[in-house]
Design a protein around this ligand. Structure first.
Ligand SMILES: Cc1ncc(COP(=O)(O)O)c(C=O)c1O
Length: 425
């Protein structure tokens, strides 16, 4: 009898899933990172530049605070929305760094910013509402909107406009059903940082729409390269009451595994997110919350430990950008923040594009398969971010690793072995 066959007379279990599951795409960044890991385990020297996490260790002072928390018995449940010490410290940070005046009962600490965003979407969107998302976007925004039974409305932007949605584009995308605009600055995947005047111009459009809220994902805030500066959307005149600010510890403090992020929002919305959290995960890790207090104590911009990482990211950004721009056919808007580049690579796939010994390369998915199989470099196809003409390369890796990866990419795209698409030349 095969394993699948039920014994005679047994009741066949109904395996139907919630239709929402079928409407959601699994995360491609995670799938590619897993593929690179399994290739590495089978002995292939793959360079993984797909994951969205710093390659640095968590700064020592934060680790020590985590260890001390364990030793001192901070091992019990915390209040649902986070310890009052942490929520107060977050309010101080938001006031001093961002000019945002929240009270501790307007803060909800969660297991990562991802949970904070999900709860904010779920708390604010009713079935049929529209969630406006400038593309290229972080992979989870559209899928979270779908999971909340809302409809993602994607606004495409190009490298020529620096991947910044214009006020006119926003205006054209808004309807009476628009409920939430998700802004991510600095952006994953583009690295674009919205300048203050640009945000003010968007705010002028938003101010005309009483139903429209803004979710401002500021998780890459500290990873901003001067002269670019980070501006919190909620700090703009008239925007506080309609803005839900999300931030966290994963990227700035290299704390991805500690799972800690937060939502800061007017009480009405914070309370709604807290209710959702109270009936799902409850409070975040007590140990991580103690460690986060030490992180915030490092000072504005994360102090020297974070600034040292930012300097390293900047050097890598410069290196990777220069190497990519030297490859004919690559179109790159140089990023001003985060740790990704999103080169526009459409010359390399489409009609006529082909690689020797590999075959035709019709789209970004096939292009990235070519890079991983032949160059042994894992990067993410742009279609995961609503930008099929691009690929995303994370430069959260050492300069030595990046040098090796770019040597391999340049060799794999050399005109001797690679034919560009023919309908453009
Ligand atoms: C734009 C953006 N927002 C939120 C998150 C979630 O971060 P966390 O690790 O805090 O859940 C990520 C992580 O990749 C991200 O890139």
């Amino acid at each position: 009898m095969s394993a699948a066959a039920a014994p005679a007379g047994a009741v066949k279990v109904d395996t139907t899933l919630n239709p929402l599951v079928a409407s959601v795409k699994p995360s491609k960044t995670m799938a590619l990172t897993d593929l690179a890991t399994s290739m590495k385990e089978s002995g292939i020297d793959v360079i993984g530049l797909a994951a969205g996490e710093p390659d640095f260790d968590t700064p020592a002072a934060i680790v020590e605070a985590g260890v001390a928390a364990l030793r001192q018995g901070y091992t019990r449940y915390t209040p649902n929305t986070g310890t009052s010490a942490l929520r107060k410290a977050i309010c101080k940070k938001l006031k001093e760094d961002n000019g945002l005046e929240y009270s501790p009962d307007e803060i909800v600490v969660s297991n990562g910013a991802k949970q904070s965003i999900w709860q904010a979407v779920l708390a604010t969107c009713s079935p049929g509402d529209e969630v406006v998302i400038p593309a290229p976007y972080w992979v989870s925004y559209t899928e979270m909107a779908r999971l909340a039974n809302a409809t993602p409305v994607v606004v495409p932007t190009t490298p020529e406009q620096g991947f910044l949605m214009s006020p006119q584009q926003l205006e054209a995308a808004l309807t009476p059903k628009s409920r939430l605009l998700i802004l991510c600055t600095p952006s994953n995947p583009t690295g674009a940082v919205y300048p203050k005047e640009h945000l003010e111009a968007l705010a002028a459009v938003i101010a005309k729409h009483p139903r429209l809220l803004v979710l401002s994902d500021e998780i890459y805030e500290y990873i901003t390269y001067a002269p670019a500066t980070h501006v919190s959307f909620g700090a703009l005149p008239g925007m506080f009451e309609r803005t839900l600010t999300v931030n966290g510890f994963s990227k700035a403090y290299a704390m991805t595994g500690w799972r800690l992020g937060y939502l800061a929002a007017p009480k009405h919305y914070a309370k709604a997110a807290a209710i959702i959290q109270s009936q799902s995960t409850s409070g975040a890790s007590s140990i991580s919350q103690q460690a986060a207090l030490a992180a915030l104590a490092l000072g504005p911009g994360g102090g020297e430990p974070v600034q040292a990482m930012v300097r390293a990211f900047r050097e890598r950004r410069d290196y990777v950008s220069a190497r990519l721009k030297a490859i004919p056919g690559v179109n790159l808007a140089e990023p001003a923040g985060a740790f990704y580049v999103l080169p526009e690579m459409s010359a390399f796939f489409g009609p006529g594009a082909a690689a020797q010994g590999f075959g035709a390369v019709p789209d970004s998915d096939t292009f990235c398969r070519y890079l991983i199989e032949v160059a042994n470099v894992a990067v993410v196809p742009g279609d995961a971010f609503g930008a099929d003409s691009c690929i995303r390369i994370s430069y959260a890796a050492s300069l030595e690793t990046l040098g090796k990866a770019l040597d391999r990419i340049a060799a794999a795209l050399d005109p001797a072995v690679y034919t560009l698409r023919t309908d453009r030349q």
